[in-house]
Ligand binder design. Structure first.
Ligand code: TZP
Ligand code: MG
Length: 218
């Protein structure tokens, strides 16, 4: 990973994952607003559009993020390569991480979704640059996410690995404190942010909550 990516990955707090189905103002607007609010990592997660539409949109997102935020593509290694994104985020049933690494090379970021401590340890061993951990709470945003694992698992996972941990699933401003206090490096809140009327303000609020807690932990 190059130095700028490493620097940004060490600095992540609120993590935007796009969702064109749920978005009120549209994916590009959500990315613009979140980056304007200071979000340093964006994942383009698109399940319905054609590959052609995705490549066009991915180029647009890449240019919004340029120099300000890491830009990752969910699942689609081909789209990430086509637009020279900063990396990908993959799940347990997507391409094996070592194969993804062979295709993408050392300079790209690879994030892996995990649901338990063992998977988190394996992810680090197999070369993931960070993990997603979740779903922390029940969520209807991802139909096959399974039941919430609860915030208590976060500390166990943080103690077991040295790569950044990003919490995801059912997180909103009312329930995020135990998640943040568990020691996560970053958190995702899809519906709480993209369904709101003011994506910039919601993002700012989350960043503030995370940074306040991180500075209190030092
Ligand atoms: N992976 C695990 S839970 C989830 C994903 C993509 C959805 C999170 O969405 P929300 O709206 O923040 O619960
Ligand atoms: Mg996936």
């Amino acid at each position: 990973m190059d130095e700028q990516k490493r620097f940004l990955l060490d600095e992540i707090d609120f993590y935007l994952v796009t969702d064109s189905d749920l978005s009120k103002q549209g994916t590009l607007s959500d990315v613009e607003k979140a980056v304007a609010a200071g979000c340093k990592i964006v994942q383009y997660r698109e399940k319905k559009k054609s590959t052609k539409e995705m490549v066009v949109e991915a180029f647009q997102i890449k240019s919004i993020c340029a120099g300000k935020a890491i830009f990752l593509v969910n699942d689609r290694i081909d789209v990430a390569l086509a637009v020279d994104a900063d990396g990908v985020h993959i799940g347990q049933d997507d391409m094996p991480i070592n194969t993804a690494r062979q295709i993408l090379g050392k300079s790209k970021i690879i994030g892996l979704s995990t649901h338990e401590v063992e998977q988190a340890i394996d992810a680090e061993k197999n070369g993931a640059d960070y993990i997603g951990l979740g779903p922390i709470f029940n969520t209807s945003t991802k139909k096959d996410a399974g039941d919430g694992i609860g915030p208590h698992l976060i500390k166990e996972v943080k103690d077991a690995i040295n790569i950044p941990v990003v919490a995801i699933g059912g997180i909103n401003k009312d329930n995020c404190m135990p998640v943040i206090e568990g020691g996560v490096d970053s958190l995702v809140a899809i519906s709480a942010v993209v369904c709101s009327d003011d994506v910039e303000k919601e993002t700012k609020d989350f960043i503030e909550l995370i940074l306040e807690s991180k500075s209190a932990q030092i």
